[in-house]
Design a protein around this ligand. Structure first.
Ligand code: SN0
Length: 315
């Protein structure tokens, strides 16, 4: 594997799960692969899990790591070509990317959707410039449309916890005070579609995800109906795709609570975190024994390490 930006990069998913479970058991067995190699993590947006888990994963692989928070520590970077740079951005990505690439062997990049222009976000403008100009492998640490490291960890978590070969997995929209990207939801659907699991998506009218991600995945607009018999409930807010970046509903009737979880088959509760308690999910549900959010977050380290291992092996 050279770059990791979507499920398509990782090949056979059963094998990918095996690699992850192997590094989970033997985190320090492959540290020779990263010796004298450096990973740079570039953040255009905030992070807690992604920063710590990816850095830890690289260190487990024997790599040195450097982190740059572009918006706080670095120069503001221009991404448009052909602009007269007499504004507030002193440096262009076209120079910054190959410079960063010259200092390292792998780059991780986080660049969320900006919600200014749907076409621009959905063309992964920033991430693709890194792939084009870095000269080294690029790992998406959440792009504008996908969060593949998260989805890989979600898949491993479900594999660890499922009690039947074909669990019912429900992705439910939940309310949120801010307009959030579709990346986590898009990616989760994209990865689940590559499995044999039964996937149902539930959201209010107007929150349909992009057709290229949804394909023929079933949408049940009645959330309670969707929850019936579910083995996994994955909650996530996203802003509207069709009415791009807009909040169409703040309806707290969509909050995941104990009453709704009672409709499921003792479903595990999943969320990528950070999560707004008592907006997305009630205290009771997130603190219940069925909540697996911490295991899910720990699997971020595991799957980031699996990705770095696969890339180092193919250098
Ligand atoms: C991001 C998102 O894509 O939804 C990252 C999730 C891994 N989430 C947020 O930005 C949440 C911010 C908030 O204010 O709750």
């Amino acid at each position: 594997m050279r770059h990791f930006t979507s499920v398509k990069d990782i090949g056979d998913l059963n094998q990918a799960v095996e690699v992850a479970l192997d590094v989970k058991k033997n985190p320090f067995a492959y540290s020779h692969l990263g010796k004298n190699k450096t990973m740079v993590l570039i953040f255009f947006n905030s992070s807690l899990r992604t920063r710590l888990s990816t850095q830890k994963a690289a260190m487990n692989m024997g790599m040195n790591t450097m982190v740059l928070n572009v918006n706080e520590d670095g120069w503001q970077l221009e991404s448009e070509l052909g602009v007269v740079m007499d504004g507030d951005k002193p440096e262009h990505l076209r120079e910054a990317i190959p410079v960063i690439g010259s200092y390292c062997d792998i780059i991780g990049v986080r660049a969320f959707a900006k919600f200014q222009n749907k076409e621009e976000d959905y063309s992964e403008k920033i991430l693709n410039q890194f792939i084009e100009y870095a000269g080294v492998p690029v790992i998406s640490m959440e792009g504008a449309t996908r969060h593949p490291l998260q989805s890989y960890a979600d898949l491993v978590t479900i594999e660890e916890l499922k009690t039947k070969p074909r669990p019912k997995v429900v992705l439910t929209w939940a309310p949120h005070p801010k307009a959030l990207p579709q990346a986590v939801a898009n990616s989760f659907v994209e990865w689940m579609r590559e499995t044999d699991f039964e996937l149902v998506v539930t959201h209010p009218d107007g929150y349909e995800l992009a057709p290229e991600f949804m394909g023929d995945v079933y949408v049940e607009y009645n959330q309670k109906k969707a929850f019936e018999g579910a083995d996994f409930i994955y909650a996530k807010n996203w802003a509207s795709y069709t009415n791009y970046g807009k909040i169409l509903s703040n309806d707290l009737n969509w909050t995941v609570n104990t009453e709704k979880m009672a409709l499921t088959n003792k479903a595990k509760f999943m969320h990528c975190l950070p999560v707004r308690r008592n907006v997305v999910v009630s205290d009771e549900v997130i603190e219940s024994p069925e909540s697996v959010v911490v295991q899910q977050a720990y699997n971020r380290e595991v799957t980031a390490q699996a990705v770095i291992k696969m890339i180092l092996e193919s250098l």
